[in-house]
Design a protein around this ligand. Structure first.
Ligand code: GTP
Ligand code: MG
Length: 253
């Protein structure tokens, strides 16, 4: 929910990902700094203004002298949380097709639900596939704002690393790549495997490199979508571990 006018001109970071991955927890943690609040499954987007923490420098400020007084004013940005439930994902996808000063996307995943037999892996890969395809096709979308988005940095934040069942970030990455490879084939109705050439229409719906057997996140660079996978946790363990996520955000502001 956007409040008074003017707010939408702040640089914004969009939080997306499946239900239960910890998006609203992350939002409350970044807003309050100390610990996340109790959450309920989200039914609508919310956005809050956040400041970069002391000690992190926004990319746009990195050439300022340490004595420059503007360094004391923390860089503000808008963090936008969206519901992860399958029926409410149009909120997130709308923001992607009509972005307001969007600087980056954080796709949050629950790293403890991504092992091979877990239903969470398929659901997460399905959603990520759709998000990436929307970004890949943004040049044909009607909104000018979407067309103007040049490079889109996307952070896959591998959350809940405090849980012993969590996969390490490198495995989160390879598991998602492998599962997206499967999603891609099933969406293309298996035409690729049958040896019949792809029609242009199907190529438009194919994520990443046409003709590749395995999907890799690096294939999205062709479409100026730059993907990184970084682990952390919002709660649990010995407190939050989010420094690397903050650093990623600071480099986008
Ligand atoms: P939707 O609103 O349904 O899309 O879910 P969400 O992504 O906003 O998830 P939410 O923030 O509500 O968190 C879901 C549950 O995960 C809550 O019980 C959180 O306390 C828990 N949780 C979030 N982050 C962590 C974490 O890093 N570690 C652990 N152990 N639990 C976490
Ligand atoms: Mg939520």
């Amino acid at each position: 929910v956007f409040r008074a006018s003017g707010l939408t001109t702040l640089p914004s970071i969009l939080l997306i990902g499946p239900s239960g991955s910890g998006k609203t927890s992350l939002l409350t943690l970044f807003e309050r700094r100390t610990q996340p609040a109790q959450t309920h499954t989200s039914q609508s987007p919310i956005s809050v203004e956040c400041d970069l923490p002391v000690g992190t420098t926004a990319n746009s400020d990195k050439y300022r002298s340490v004595n420059d007084p503007t360094n004391l004013v923390h860089k503000r940005f808008l963090l936008i949380d969206t519901p992860g439930h399958g029926k409410l994902r149009h909120h997130a996808l709308d923001t992607l097709t009509n972005p307001q000063n969007l600087r980056g996307i954080i796709f949050l995943v629950d790293s403890a639900t991504l092992s091979a037999s877990d239903e969470g892996l398929r659901q997460t890969a399905d959603y990520l596939h759709d998000v990436l395809l929307t970004l890949q096709k943004r040049t044909e979308s009607s909104s000018k704002a979407a067309k103007n988005l040049k490079e889109i940095p996307l952070l896959i934040a591998a959350n809940k690393m405090d849980l012993f069942t969590a996969l390490p970030a490198a495995l989160v990455k390879s598991s998602l790549e492998a599962e997206i490879s499967k999603v891609r084939v099933s969406r293309s109705k298996g035409l690729l495997d049958s040896g019949i050439g792809m029609e242009d229409e199907e190529k438009d719906e194919w994520l990443g490199e046409v003709g590749s057997k395995e999907f890799k996140f690096t294939q999205m660079e062709e479409f100026d979508v730059l993907i990184e996978v970084v682990g952390g946790n919002v709660s649990g363990g010995e407190g939050p571990v989010t420094e690397k996520w903050w650093k990623w955000i600071s480099e986008r502001l």
